[in-house]
Design a protein around this ligand. Sequence first.
Ligand code: SF4
Length: 213
Amino acid sequence: MTQREVVSFIEALALANPNASSELVFTNAYTLLVSVVLSAQATDVSVNKATVGLFADAPDPATMVRLGEDGVARHIRTIGLWRAKAKNVVALSQVLIDRHGGEVPSDRLSLEALPGVGRKTANVVLNVVFGESTMAVDTHILRLGNRTGLAPGATPRAVEDQLVKRIPRDMLRPSHHWLILHGRYVCKARAPECWHCVGRPYCHYPDKRLEPV
Ligand code: SF4
């Protein structure tokens, strides 16, 4: 895409869904952080189902540590990688208590030092909670960036760097939500729904599907 097409594509997504936001259910920085850790290779819907009970029992790091790995596991067994995630959630809660006064830190280095937290999770927390113009690249944005010509790149980091470079600064923060939701509901992996895609005039994907199948 040309720079003009990039801006037009993002503007079209913005117009179609001006109030886009995370589909994870959370009440504060801690519950968002835990939800994002749980969402790796799982849908937001499945995470939200699991966290209703989890956050009722353990709404903060201290209660999460007391609940322990087995207690966390009981709530999250329905989502993928639950054993490792239960371990990470308890461990990261302990680190928050030991090093950050029980609060979620607002800097990337500290976030990425938490068990189970990588660059993508840190980017989501920095964006949603701390208002930073970060771009968290998940599987949807990786696909969308390459398929459309918006931000071609072989790795999430390469796509992230392209998006940060190409999307105007004042549109970058909400673009995270616009792109994820577009990839999740319209530009789907197997069958992109190009026939009702607002970004179609700017998209360079050669095999657009112009009718439902
Ligand atoms: S036109 Fe099709 S391939 Fe291009 S962004 Fe829209 S849904 Fe995706």
